[in-house]
Design a protein around this ligand. Structure first.
Ligand SMILES: [Cu+2]
Length: 670
């Protein structure tokens, strides 16, 4: 029996090595994503229940996670019960359903009132968009801009947020965004500017049509593909990272084991990728660190007051991820060519399972750094990366979960893609010698071309971190770093000391970084280390910002999670998205602000950290026409979790090309 299972293991490994790909075909863990077959089972159950109507739109069809305690207790070989959570929009109504996939039956079907479903792909080009494009006012607007053929124009409808205008209350409002597509691949700098059209996506009516200033579309030429760039510069020698014996991690279904780490990876249509049951093997014990971690929400408000621009306050993950937040990754571009890929299945608008290949890649890397060194002793750094890239309109977000041999988990978030640009009017245009050194538009963005302004904006990200440090019962503590003055006569006047404070309620745990009042944020478990400290993990922020939008700004209220860098809540299975389940055209206060109103206790319980970080993006000419990846992020760092430096026993690497510092010496050294 044992021998057979080993043979199967080997076959699985060989097939992984040959294909470098994991597809959701077999269920081997309770958190595995729904397979294509299971997806069909859900559709069949819903169809047979008679709940579906013509034109039902699916905005979610995913695994409904089993009970958390059951997942921790689960062992290979034990039965796995499968369920699905489904959100279906029918006309103006939203229904939430739970389907028992194993038992093939509908468990629940309930209408969720007062919310709007996620924007689905078919709405971008909804027939009301076609209606606008056939409207004589549209032809006139194009004509004013010197465009005689609307065939060369592409328009989409997107949700404009919610600014509390009573006439739009409860309506499914879309605003038009058009670009000239003739001649160039990159149409982002070819916006039809000054045209503001509001549409009712359900009634298929044009509610408002304003054509302000007819700003000409720039002649173009912002392509960045190889053909457009011309001669490419090459480095004089190749640089390769190779893994001739394959990766040092194993993938058993969706469970990855690497070094001391073991965790589960699951693609998810809304948040891209979910890391679950992360444990560290400490001797014979598998010590839990984190039950689950994932991106929870994104908020990108633009800083232009102009009529067709102020609506740009995107709550991206919750508004736009219906087709799957994660984009397909390209080997050699998005991930090293030796990476392993994970495929996903996402529901198309009509619910049909759609394969989305290679949405997550897993690979090891080394950048020539060290885990530690002293004198001639040291150990090479190496890390395991789980990557997904979300492409949302013009922007691409690279989300890396990085596992290190010293017990750290780092999350890097890289923003790249194309900055959103506004076509500058004649008054605004930066034409040398005509408008002086500063133009009116400079306050709202930076010129990247004489007629093109890249508009200022923020990027905020919220991550949900369900920490389980040595088990589910945890405590959140702050180590405040406070100055201490010393008594008269002491040669030193002051030092600083730490004061550790347990934080016991949700209100107390709404924290904002302040360089003048620094503190460490830690989650402690019930286990004590050899010197009596509770084993803990620290959430360590990196660079971030705090919002400058005023509290009465409705877009800020709709993305209320940006009010604090950190929120801590008691675990609740249905609290997953920082701006609430339905941020599309939402009213203020959903998600974290609503949940924490009850001021629940977070003392000695199962707790969840919600970390918000962000950047003010003042675009540079170097961000144009395509932006080099800008990284930010955070880390989860062991603190008192290990009795000594956890990277101490990593084996040193054997130098392969010893002692040759001169490239001309290679002959003698090899
Ligand atoms: Cu940006």
């Amino acid at each position: 029996m044992k021998r057979w299972s080993c043979v199967l293991c080997l076959l699985a490994l060989v097939s992984l090595a040959l294909t470098g790909r994991v597809s959701a075909q077999a269920v081997t863990h309770p958190l595995d994503p729904l397979t294509r077959l299971e997806h069909f089972t859900v559709l069949e159950v819903l169809q047979q229940s008679g709940k579906l109507a013509d034109g039902s739109r699916f905005t979610r069809l995913e695994l409904k996670e089993p009970d958390k305690a059951g997942v921790w207790a689960w062992k290979p070989g034990l039965p796995i019960a499968r369920s699905a959570e489904v959100v279906v929009a029918q006309g103006r109504s939203v229904f939430e359903a739970t389907v028992d996939v194993t038992g093939k039956r509908l468990v629940s079907w309930a209408e969720r009132t007062g919310v709007q479903p996620m924007w689905v792909e078919s709405e971008y080009g909804n027939e009301v968009v076609g209606k606008v494009m056939k409207d004589p006012r549209f032809a006139e607007a194009l004509k004013r801009r010197g465009i005689t053929n609307s065939q060369f124009v592409t328009c989409i409808a997107t949700p404009p947020g919610n600014f509390g205008e009573p006439k739009y209350a409860g309506k499914r409002i879309g605003v038009l965004s058009c670009r000239l597509r003739s001649g160039y691949r990159n149409t982002w700098a070819r916006r039809i500017e000054g045209l503001s059209v509001v549409m009712d996506m359900h009634a298929k009516e044009i509610l408002e049509f304003t054509d302000d200033e007819a700003v000409p579309v720039p002649a173009g030429g912002n392509d960045f593909d190889r053909a457009a760039i011309g001669k490419l510069r090459e480095f004089s020698a190749p640089l390769e990272v190779r893994q001739p014996n394959g990766p040092a991690f194993t993938m058993d279904g969706h469970v990855i084991t690497w070094d001391r780490w073991r965790f589960h990876v699951r693609p998810d249509s809304r948040v891209g990728v979910i890391i679950s049951t992360a444990t560290w093997k400490d001797g014979d014990r598998e010590r839990p660190v984190m039950y689950q971690g994932h991106l929870s929400e994104i908020f990108v408000p633009y800083m232009s007051a102009q009529k067709d621009w102020y609506v740009r306050t995107f709550i991206d993950a919750g508004e736009y991820s219906a087709g799957g937040l994660a984009d397909t990754l390209s080997p050699g571009v998005d991930c090293p060519d030796y990476a392993t890929y994970i495929d996903s299945v996402v529901p198309a608008g009509a619910g049909w399972p759609t394969d989305k290949p290679s949405v997550v890649c897993v690979f090891e890397r080394t950048a020539g750094d060290m885990i530690w060194r002293h004198g001639t002793e040291g150990r090479p750094q190496r890390e395991l990366v789980v990557r997904m890239v979300a492409m949302i309109g013009n922007y691409d977000y690279v989300v890396d979960w990085r596992f290190l041999p010293d017990g750290q988990i780092k999350v890097s978030l890289g923003a790249t893609g194309i900055v959103e640009t506004k076509m500058a009017s004649a008054r605004d245009a930066r034409v040398a010698g005509t408008n002086g050194p500063e133009s009116r538009a400079d306050a709202y963005g930076r010129f990247v071309e004489p007629n093109v302004v890249a508009v200022n904006h923020d990027h905020y990200f919220n991550f949900r971190l369900d920490m389980d440090v040595d088990g589910a019962t945890n405590r959140f503590v702050r180590d405040e770093i406070v100055p201490k003055t010393l008594p008269p006569g002491h040669p030193r006047r002051s030092i600083w000391v730490t004061e550790t404070k347990a934080v016991s309620s949700e209100q107390e745990a709404k924290l904002t970084m302040d360089m003048h009042k620094p503190s460490l944020w830690r989650v402690t478990g019930s286990r004590q280390n050899h010197v009596g400290y509770p084993a803990s993990y620290q959430l360590m922020p990196a660079h971030s910002i705090h919002t400058l939008l005023t509290p009465d700004e409705m877009s800020r209220q709709r993305a209320g999670f940006i009010d604090h860098h950190l929120w801590v809540t008691p675990y609740a299975a249905d609290e997953r998205y920082a701006a609430g389940d339905y941020p599309t055209l939402s009213t203020p206060g959903h998600g974290l602000p609503a949940w924490t109103k009850a001021n629940r206790s977070i003392a000695d319980t199962d707790l969840v950290l919600w970390y918000t970080f962000g950047t003010n993006h003042i675009p540079r000419t170097e961000d144009w026409p395509v932006m080099p990846v800008e990284h930010t992020g955070f880390q989860l760092k062991p603190s008192g979790f290990f009795r000594r430096s956890p990277g101490i026993d990593v084996a040193p690497s054997e130098p392969k090309h010893c002692c040759s510092s001169n490239p001309h010496d290679t002959e003698t050294s090899s």
